[in-house]
Design a protein around this ligand. Structure first.
Ligand code: MOS
Length: 708
């Protein structure tokens, strides 16, 4: 059987920074011991829409240890905010005026000589408001959906062709707001080193992006902004951009003339750093009796804020997942009095895949065709949206591997037919996809006289194990042991690298590391003449050099226009559902990825398993709930906002097709971060249906929804 467990066959390196992480030596943004540090705590609006009538900071200012209380009344002007013609919409400008756009919006920042004193003083800030009527309920405002600025409807073939097909389904699906909630709270330490120079230790997915944003806000040359993020404790998209709290910390550090540390509280994490937006979808699919798709119509409406539009490709998956002659899609957004959403793992696709892949499952039951067989009958060999060939697509291999590993032959096509020890048992599957992107990166490779290879580039690692992957690439390319290689990252002064997002880092930076190593080897070859070019230390000694280095910039070429490039996944679930309580237990989860060559087996496996767990949370638990009477979140904490714990996830296995895609890049790797989650929620919902005969189309699938 193909799809052997490569973590057994060729496990590769353990995490190069694993020891630092488990021994607590890895320092995260909030952990830097900066001299003279003072502490900031944000105060949020307690109303949802309106304006600040009066903000009384006197008591707070008089509290012990307080240095300053910044509000829109006294905060120094942020130069980047001052424009002649402000755009009608854009990122929230903190402390810019008295307007309140959402509940929890920061209205003050208290700075004190200890965190506890700042926290206490923050409780003394008292604001009164002119309150307007708010709107926070997407479902109640669906009719107000607008096609976003740059968006447009998609049509291939005939519109709504599914309606005239012999077999058809049309259903609505909703996903609630889901919050990234990485383990590490968002945090920043900001220190001004001169009037026009600032250093930050920040939780960010991209040090170069943060450098640009802070430079832009404070009108500084980018090189005068130093951003450090050598370790990041998870992010999932929440740290892709620079948020108002980061600008506020830099501002406060300038205002008080001391370095300021600002750590968001867990409650702040729900209102300050984005989320996957509440989204309504409707999917119609029609097919012939033998299961050939005739038409797909996919509509979606997602929520956004009133001050800034957020859009994502929710319906794109329906344009290219299956070979179907007629497809039309429409995507809208509704502005509500909520904080702005942001990409969250599998942005757009995870949401869209829930609807499309549940709808495909529903169709398979109508047709009485096995869901894998239905997918194979509509397998797209070329990209249906533009007829371009795929750079690689081994999704059918992934289906076979997953079906074998889950024991798909044990599945009964009739729902609710199987019990195990008093529990209803069911199997489900769903596919996922995400663009296999490659952007540009520059890498410095330096061989030292003692045989140590130093690699440097500004990329961050939010957890997947970037350093481990890069060291693996370098060890193989240079032919030296991994423990002779050091990979420096997370520092804006290093050669430019992309933000860690959109599943692009292994493809982009991995290829750049490969290219830098190849260039370095060429340099050694030139020095070696006819001699042995692989004994690097000997060549350096002969040449009387203390080091040899190259810096190379790498990016994708013209193949990017010629091919359609995607990573693919499939998720298989076996669930048990208790007939009396509606409790859903994941009995077994199998995720299989076509992500090209697997560079680093152990970390790849961890990433896939993490994505499966995240998708399981999306399926069964996660839901940020607003009490629409007040426009305020009721479960902005881990007691009430549930995420899967160990007991919820008994067995997850990850497998890889592991075939190279040498069109995308020289190392053959495609991305994996997003496809690990895209499709998982649908696989769970489909398994729950197979177990119970109950189709839950509104996530999460909580027990109450199975008891009706
Ligand atoms: Mo992500 S949503 O690619 O951080």
């Amino acid at each position: 059987m193909m799809g052997t467990d490569i973590t057994n066959d060729k496990p590769g390196l353990s995490r190069v920074d694993g020891r630092l992480k488990v021994t607590g030596k890895a320092k995260y943004a909030a952990e830097y011991d900066v001299k003279g540090l003072v502490y900031g705590v944000l105060v949020g609006s307690t109303v949802t829409k309106g304006s600040i009538k009066n903000i009384d900071t006197k008591k707070a200012e008089g509290a012990p240890g307080v240095l300053s209380v910044l509000t829109y009344l006294n905060a120094p002007k942020i130069p980047g905010y001052q424009t002649d013609s402000p755009p009608p919409k854009g990122p929230l400008k903190i402390f810019n005026n008295n307007q309140v756009y959402f509940n929890g919006q920061p209205i003050a920042l208290v700075v004190a000589d200890s965190f506890e004193r700042a926290l206490f003083a923050a409780s003394l800030v008292n604001a009164t408001y002119n309150v307007d009527t708010h709107q926070t309920d997407l479902k109640a405002n669906i009719a107000n959906g607008q096609i976003p600025g740059r968006g447009k409807d998609y049509l291939k073939g005939q519109e709504d062709a599914w309606k005239t097909a012999p077999i058809k389904i049309e259903q609505e699906y909703t996903i609630p707001t889901e919050v990234h909630n990485p383990m590490e709270l968002h945090a920043i330490i900001a220190r001004w080193d001169a009037d026009d120079k600032v250093t930050v230790w920040d939780k960010t997915q991209g040090v170069k992006g943060t450098q640009r944003s802070i430079a832009q806000a404070f009108k500084l040359p980018p090189d005068n902004v130093q951003v450090n993020a050598p370790f990041v404790g998870g992010a999932f998209g929440a740290a892709l951009r620079t948020w108002p709290h980061e600008i506020a910390a830099v501002l406060a550090a300038k205002a008080v003339g001391k370095p300021v540390k600002l750590v968001l509280s867990r409650a702040d994490m729900f209102t300050s750093v984005g989320y996957r937006p509440y989204t309504w979808q409707k999917v119609g699919i029609g097919a012939s009796a033998d299961g050939k798709l005739a038409g797909i119509t996919h509509e979606a409406t997602g929520q956004t804020s009133v001050y800034e539009d957020f859009t994502e490709g929710v319906v794109n998956i329906s344009q290219l997942m299956y070979a179907c002659p007629n497809v039309n899609t429409r995507y809208k957004i509704v502005s509500l009095n909520v904080n702005v959403p942001t990409p969250m793992r599998g942005p757009g696709e995870a949401t869209g895949a829930f609807a499309l892949e549940c709808a495909m499952d529903e169709l398979s039951y109508q047709l009485n065709i096995d869901p894998i067989e239905l997918r194979m009958r509509n397998y797209a060999e070329t990209d249906p949206s533009n007829n371009k060939p795929y750079s690689s697509k081994f999704l059918s291999d992934a289906y076979k591997i997953g079906a074998d590993k889950i024991g798909w032959t044990n599945r009964n096509q009739k729902p609710g037919a199987v019990t195990e020890n008093g529990w209803l048992a069911g199997y489900g599957m769903a596919a996922g996809m995400f663009g296999a992107h490659r952007s540009s990166a520059t890498v410095l490779a330096r061989m030292m006289a003692d045989g140590t290879l130093i690699l440097q580039t500004a990329v961050t690692d939010i957890g997947p194990g970037t350093g481990t992957g890069m060291v693996t690439v370098a060890a193989e390319t240079m032919g030296i042991p991994a423990d002779k290689i050091r990979f420096d990252l997370g520092d804006s002064s290093l050669p430019p690298s992309p933000t860690q997002g959109g599943s692009q880092v292994m493809s982009t930076v991995g290829s750049a590391v490969h290219d830098a190593c190849v260039a370095l080897k060429e340099k050694f070859k030139a020095l070696a003449g006819n001699g042995d070019a692989t004994n690097y230390t000997q060549i350096l000694k002969q040449q009387n050099l203390d080091k040899l280095e190259v810096t190379t910039a790498s990016k994708g070429g013209e193949e990017q226009g010629k091919y359609s490039m995607y990573s693919w996944s499939v998720h298989f679930m076996k669930v048990l559902v208790h007939p009396a309580t509606g409790v859903v237990k994941i009995d077994k989860a199998i995720s299989v990825a076509d992500a090209g060559t697997i560079i680093s087996a152990k970390t790849a496996r961890s990433q896939m398993i993490g994505g499966t767990i995240m998708g399981t949370g999306m399926a069964l638990m996660e839901e940020a709930i607003i009490d629409h009477r007040y426009g305020r979140l009721v479960n902005n904490n881990f007691a009430d906002y549930h995420v899967p714990v160990q007991a919820d996830i008994p067995q997850v296995e990850a497998y890889f097709v592991n075939k190279p895609d040498l069109i995308i890049n020289p190392i053959g790797a495609k991305g994996m971060g997003e496809i690990a989650t895209v499709g998982v929620a649908a696989a769970v919902a489909n398994a729950v249906y197979n177990a119970t005969g109950k189709r839950v189309r509104d996530l999460p699938i909580t027990p109450d929804k199975l008891l009706v």
